[in-house]
Design a protein around this ligand. Sequence first.
Ligand SMILES: [Zn+2]
Length: 428
Amino acid sequence: MSLREEVTGLLQGLLRIDTVNPPGNETVAAELLRDYLARDGIDCEFFAREPHRANLVARIPGGNGPSLAFLSHTDTVLADPAEWDRDPWSGDVVDGEVWGRGALDMKGQVAASAVAFASLRREGFVPSGDLLLIVVADEEVGDGWGLSWLVDAHPDAVRCDYAVNEGGGERLDLGGKPVYLCATAEKMSAPFKLRVHGRSGHASMPGIADNALVKAARYVEALGAYQPAPELIPEARGFLEAVLGETPPVEEALARAGELHPLLPALVQPLLALTLSPTMIDASHQVNVIPALCEVTVDCRLLPEQTPADAEPLIRAALGAGDYDLEWVSATGGTRSDLRTPLWDAIESFVSEIEPDARLAPIACPGFTDSHYLRTAFGTVAYGFFPIKEMDAVDATKLVHSANERIAVNDLELGVEMLRATARSIQS
Ligand SMILES: [Zn+2]
């Protein structure tokens, strides 16, 4: 059987297992992988806080050289069959694509990681440092069953110098010059609540009260219109250099990128500054009561290594003085890995092998991935990369967490080759 057939079959098996989180039930997927690995005599270990939420770790022992992990997760977000053209758990192959919830996020990469790992072992590959296959539960919800727990409870099982995870790999065609995105950093998710105060009263006599909801309106507008001063973090600089061939002045970055590709402004804007999106609002719960309090919840994404303490004065300045409090709800992610590393070189040379004109461009992922936990716990150089060459980048992005999710078999096969080449490059 070719690796192409092997990875397609394994992915179909994974897609036919329902691992919607919650409740996850990732153990069933871990068992399928355990049986698959056993065919090549590979032992793996399960680590689970609850029997039905297993994380799987397998290892090809190496010497004192750098350790490398293929990192992935088996849980998925939910799927509403009514929105789909096929059963979300069918694993059907149609016109060269494998259908099912998780095909892109990220059972495709799970299958490719397992096949790359098993095939290297089969060929007798002896890595210079340990090669790890880490397949975790609970990435989508992040309630403490997956990698966040593993790095604390079983650090020796998952410690690694380098890791290839999800979060990048899309190919953009910029006027004949293809660019592949590599997620080397993540923004910090730091939502906050804006509490606007007023005075309650009977809604039939608005003059006697001070309506907190009405007062909040201008703050919501100010948050929506906020344009923070742009800055060129290393990822933005590297990205612009890769796509433009030079670093433009920061004020021109958005416009210059927009001339190249319609998708670029949406990609570049979050790289230049924090972003604010008011998403939820809560005020009076009775139609005839004027609210004394209006609470606006804001999705806020900070630049890597920026903190809520750095951002708060900027946000307060944008809002102006007033009768409100600002309360941070949580702060997760926001870590980065160096841009110039052997892992970068390995992925870059793979990219130029498959497309000699293509360039690799760093990006700070606007969302959160498990790379954060490895970086924080062990200083791991963790990148998000899985090549999406066959499928259009915009189409693929739209299918993640949406209906009719599917992956091209060509991309799946390319992913296996990328992971194999990466291990051979770093660990030979
Ligand atoms: Zn994912």
